[in-house]
Ligand binder design. Sequence first.
Ligand SMILES: Nc1nc2c(c(=O)[nH]1)N[C@H]1C(S)=C(S)[C@@H](COP(=O)(O)O)O[C@H]1N2
Ligand SMILES: [Mo]
Length: 160
Amino acid sequence: MNKILFALFLFLSGLCNAQTGFKLKISGEVEHPLELSLSDLAGMPRKEAVLKDKEGKPFTYSGVPLPEILAKAGIPSGKEVHGANLSKYLLVRCTDGYRVLFSLAELDLSVTDKNVIIADKINGEPLFESRGPLRLVVEGEKKPARSCYQVTELIVGSVK
Ligand SMILES: Nc1nc2c(c(=O)[nH]1)N[C@H]1C(S)=C(S)[C@@H](COP(=O)(O)O)O[C@H]1N2
Ligand SMILES: [Mo]
């Protein structure tokens, strides 16, 4: 019994370490490359976003609005979204190799009202391990294909 408890303790402390060591990277053509820990994100403004699963069942996620994170990294927004900045993109990379692409313009609140958050909670609870610690939630799309889970990196680039 003690052995089982000890094994459980090692397993749980391993999980905690994995979470505290986690960093979301923001890199590429950005003014200030960043690495945000989960506690950095916990100190930022929050918003909710609703995502329907494949069966059409809605779930309420909460987390940091993506534009807040992009602004911290100094990515062009508002009036700067014109000219060459219209051919810039954001590539979102995940642990399993899944990748999703957005144009910077479609994420900018001066251009669209797209509600996109980096979620760390679903219905008020932390994300399941297989979907966390962070999930991009893109509200209002017809299928959840771009709402990628286990997000690790946001990379800004431009089409040459
Ligand atoms: N990292 C990652 N995110 C992903 C995927 C994936 O394969 N890897 N699949 C996408 C697709 S196609 C769908 S339909 C949804 C499914 O999410 P759910 O299983 O949480 O409902 O996740 C999206 N996000
Ligand atoms: Mo899908």
